[in-house]
Design a protein around this ligand. Structure first.
Ligand code: C2E
Ligand code: MG
Ligand code: MG
Ligand code: MG
Length: 274
């Protein structure tokens, strides 16, 4: 639908846009090629418990090193993957790769994988891909977390709710990503079996200066607590932000202060040292 809308609404006769479309088409082909030839990989970023400072989980973030352009950010290639349908294959690969990697981590460390709303278009396919990944890796289901965004909850509610419930029944956990910037109502929080709410990093960015951001973090922490969910505040970059969000009641956090996304091989010494 996004593709069709893009064609109908964006393709005017601006030379610059035409150029962008060519770039886009080229990227599309290159991405297809990268999928076929295994040129995608995952970096992992820690999510920590604020009090103990221990790593609770690592979030898998997809990386693509383009042969001539270098690293293309996910904000550029994920939308292309979604519009071309490649996201299904890429997403299944990411879940499998992440489960295999997490298999070697301490038993109390989980792995979080982002799942696009587009992957829920075939719920049967998604469910069997997750089950296969768990089987092949022998990772216990409760060490896999799937991060979904509010956009999923808006489209296709019944089908996605059923898929989430089916995977939740076998022990897979779900997090609501980027919370607070989308369109969903608080009612979604209670309707879906989320274990975690991840507060979007725009709130952490303003937490030291801005009253409303502080109030929102505090209230979401209280609400999550009442609903039996954990809270992760995303995007913590400074010691001051860390102190503030902890004081507001957050239990977990993620951000450059604790660690940037890095290749899996670089996580191992950390674990040994811990
Ligand atoms: P996200 O799931 O919300 O991931 C967090 C993003 O924030 C990551 O960007 C991470 O590098 C960045 N980040 C973490 N800490 C900080 C910080 O302290 N400051 C700042 N400024 N940024 C921070 P990244 O890796 O560029 O990914 C962007 C988005 O792309 C992700 O947002 C997610 O929505 C999507 N994405 C990444 N990998 C995948 C994937 O495998 N599948 C799908 N469907 N989406 C993915
Ligand atoms: Mg995420
Ligand atoms: Mg996020
Ligand atoms: Mg985000």
């Amino acid at each position: 639908a996004a593709k069709a809308a893009g064609r109908n609404t964006v393709v005017m006769f601006e030379p610059q846009l035409a150029e962008n479309l060519n770039t886009r088409r080229e990227l599309e082909q290159d991405l297809r090629e990268a999928c076929r030839t295994g040129k995608l990989f995952l970096h992992y970023q820690p999510i920590v418990n604020l009090r103990s400072r221990r790593v609770v989980s690592y979030e898998a973030l997809m990386r693509w090193e383009h042969p001539t352009r270098g690293f293309v950010p996910p904000s550029d290639f994920i939308p292309i993957a979604e519009q071309t349908g490649l996201i299904v294959e890429m997403g299944e690969w990411a879940i499998r790769r992440a489960c295999m990697d997490a298999r070697n981590w301490p038993a109390d460390v989980s792995v979080a994988v982002n799942v696009s709303a587009f992957q829920f278009k075939s719920t049967a396919g998604l469910i069997s891909a997750v089950k296969d990944a768990l089987l092949i890796s022998r990772l216990p289901a409760n060490r896999l977390e799937l991060e979904v965004t509010e956009s999923l909850l808006i489209e296709d509610q019944e089908a996605s709710l059923e898929a989430i419930q089916a995977l939740h029944r076998i022990g897979v956990r779900f997090s609501l990503d980027d919370f607070g910037i989308g369109y969903s109502s608080l009612a979604y929080l209670a309707r879906y079996p989320f274990s975690k709410v991840k507060i979007d990093r725009t709130f952490a960015q303003h937490v030291t200066s801005d009253g409303p951001s502080r109030s929102i973090i505090e209230v979401v922490c209280q609400l999550a607590d009442r609903l039996g969910m954990q809270v992760v505040v995303e995007g913590i970059e400074s010691e001051q932000q860390r102190r503030e969000v902890e004081a507001l009641g957050a239990e977990q956090a993620q951000g450059y202060l604790f660690g940037k996304p890095q290749p899996v091989a670089q996580l191992v010494p950390r674990q040994d040292a811990a």
